[in-house]
Design a protein around this ligand. Structure first.
Ligand code: UDP
Ligand code: MG
Length: 174
């Protein structure tokens, strides 16, 4: 052990990443960080989920556009979705954010994901392919927003079992 903190990170491959068929490429690039994937699913973000995810940016002029972007409204069907992943490992946040690159694709290292594949839209919004949590507190908040405890292969945060009555659920017909 080199004493580095084990961290979890929420990664989202945004609708532009899916539309550009970059999923495999991005996961391969992120694997250079030698972390473990402990959760993965495709999500069509509701407005509530999108707004909660980006709530710190609520006062920014680009907020409405950002919500449209992450929900895929700017990319149309069948791209109204994101691939949500949870990574775990030593110093995971810094490692993944370095591979992802700077927020503004023009400032990002050209060999980073955002530098190679991001662009600035006509509206000025940074269409930057990928989201990565920025610190451990944000990571915990975001992971709990996007994933339930059973969808993650490890007990990363304390959970509890409850019995829910009269809860409607969709199940397979056969
Ligand atoms: N964003 C933008 N313009 C800005 C700042 C942010 O379009 O000036 C968008 C961009 O898509 C970014 C997201 O809002 O990824 C979230 O912003 P944040 O500052 O959290 O950057 P990140 O953590 O994604 O690098
Ligand atoms: Mg951020």
């Amino acid at each position: 052990m080199n004493g580095k903190e084990v961290q979890q990170v929420l990664v989202l491959i945004k609708p532009d990443g899916l539309k550009k068929s970059l999923t495999g490429n991005i996961i391969t690039k992120l694997s250079e960080a030698k972390l473990t994937i402990i959760g993965a699913k495709v999500v069509k973000p509701s407005r509530d989920l999108a707004e909660e995810h980006y709530k710190q940016l609520k006062n920014q002029i680009f907020f409405d556009n950002l919500i449209k972007y992450i929900r895929g409204d700017l990319h149309g069907e069948p791209y109204k979705r994101v691939l949500a992943l949870v990574y775990k490992g030593e110093d995971a946040i810094k490692k993944l954010r370095t591979i992802a690159g700077a927020t503004n694709p023009e400032d990002a290292d050209p060999v980073s994901i955002r530098g190679a594949y991001g662009r600035i839209m006509r509206s000025g919004l940074f269409e930057n392919v990928i989201h990565c949590s920025s610190d451990p507190i944000e990571a915990e908040r975001e992971i709990k927003l996007w994933f339930q405890p059973d969808e993650i292969t490890e007990e990363i945060y304390p959970s509890k079992k409850i019995i829910q009555k009269n809860i409607q659920a969709k199940v397979w017909e056969k």
